[in-house]
Design a protein around this ligand. Sequence first.
Ligand SMILES: Nc1ncnc2c1ncn2[C@@H]1O[C@H](COP(=O)(O)OP(=O)(O)O)[C@@H](O)[C@H]1O
Ligand SMILES: [Mg+2]
Length: 133
Amino acid sequence: MLERRIQINNEADVVRTTLLIRHTLEAHCKASEAMLISTATSELATNLVRYAKGGFIRFTFDDVCRKISIESRDNGPGIVDIEQAMQEGYSSGKGLGAGLPAIKRIMDTMQIENSPQGGLRIWVQCKLKSSLI
Ligand SMILES: Nc1ncnc2c1ncn2[C@@H]1O[C@H](COP(=O)(O)OP(=O)(O)O)[C@@H](O)[C@H]1O
Ligand SMILES: [Mg+2]
């Protein structure tokens, strides 16, 4: 079981975290699958920098169940209309609005909620489907 909590403040943190996830998973599944899950992580982390002035990513990887959970948390403004934010092409900024829908497609489960204390929490999970051999 591997668990990490990484503070995300800038683009360099996004890249570092994305690579950490990719390298961790590449030891357990095909490179293409590791790449997809690291892309989902990159989208979560990029949103933290863009929309919440930073936050953190916490991930746990269970190598026995081959299951990864990734949580993104911040103290930003949260999202007023979550349904709208989940729509393909919607961005409140200058983005493509493709990040959240892509995460939903890639991962098995996705929960998104405004924390009662303020800020946003997104929690996603995925079981690895491919094997190395
Ligand atoms: N951590 C966050 N805090 C506040 N709003 C967010 C956060 N993440 C995403 N959003 C909102 O959800 C929208 C859609 O996100 P996304 O699909 O990644 O598109 P994009 O990043 O291109 O805007 C964003 O434009 C933003 O309004
Ligand atoms: Mg985005």
